[in-house]
Design a protein around this ligand. Structure first.
Ligand code: NI
Length: 255
């Protein structure tokens, strides 16, 4: 059983509901983070044979940056679903959406790796924009992103636009090839908040919160993992169009 059971305060829940995101300094114990680093490094070493994708892109300074993603590591290591990280995150998702824990679906895990000095940015987007199969729903979903290394602005922490979750899914576009979605037209992100956190902390965001993941120009790797949690969601009157998904396979969110 997970050793570390953490509960959010009423103020943290209210903060999340108002702003659409929350940063916490701890979701998993140092022992668990150490074990997860082993699984993570093993998966990255095997990345060429797994459900893996690498995004390449030019950075502001003209150099090329990359993101490597590993999809569904929990299929190889089911113990990942029994972690403090998942247990706490699922309970927190239930609190955020005011539902019972067993109503929250754990919808898939991803490793998102930005190597030291070589990580590219993840452009501004909303997670719900990726979900073709949920276009008939007004989603109530939470992403819980946990770094396994201390994460700073320089190493690619998350940035969130407060209150952006209160609107709807905004227009996105997808460039050809393995490219993440991005908001187009762009939105004013001058009020966005960077969220540096320690290893074993977490940032949580609503599926319509506009967010961005920075480049890694630091000298430490940015090993992070994220998991989506779906709470029950109402049907929309009509499905929301997502024409940016029409071109075929769009890979999952890269944050
Ligand atoms: Ni995202």
């Amino acid at each position: 059983m997970p050793a570390l059971e953490l509960t959010l305060s009423a103020d943290q829940v209210a903060d999340f509901r108002a702003n659409g995101f929350l940063a916490v300094d701890r979701i998993a114990s140092p022992d668990e983070v150490a074990r997860l680093r082993e699984l993570y490094d093993e998966a990255l070493a095997e990345a060429a044979t797994g459900f893996t994708l690498t995004y390449r892109g030019e950075r502001e300074d003209g150099t090329e940056g990359i993101i490597t993603q590993v999809f569904g590591p929990e299929f190889k290591h089911p113990e990942l679903l029994e972690t403090e990280y998942i247990t706490n995150a699922r309970r927190w998702a239930a609190a955020m959406f005011d539902v019972a824990v067993d109503e929250v679906e754990v919808a898939g895990m991803m490793y998102i790796y930005k190597p030291a000095g070589e990580g590219r940015d993840t452009p501004w987007h909303q997670d719900e924009a990726y979900w073709a199969e949920r276009s008939h729903l007004r989603c109530n979903s939470l992403s819980v992103w946990m770094p396994l290394d201390d994460v700073t602005v320089e190493s690619g922490c998350m940035h969130y636009l407060p209150e952006s979750h209160t609107g709807d899914v905004l227009p996105h576009v997808k460039l050809a090839g393995p490219e993440p979605l991005h908001l187009d037209p762009p939105v004013d992100v001058s009020a966005a908040v960077p969220c540096p956190i320690p290893a074993g902390g977490a940032t949580l965001h609503h599926c319509r919160t506009v967010h961005y993941g920075g480049t890694n120009v630091s000298d430490v790797p940015r090993r992070a993992m994220t998991t989506i949690f779906h709470a029950p969601a109402p049907d929309r009157d009509t499905p929301i169009p997502k024409p940016w998904l029409d071109g075929g396979a769009v890979w999952a969110d890269a944050q």
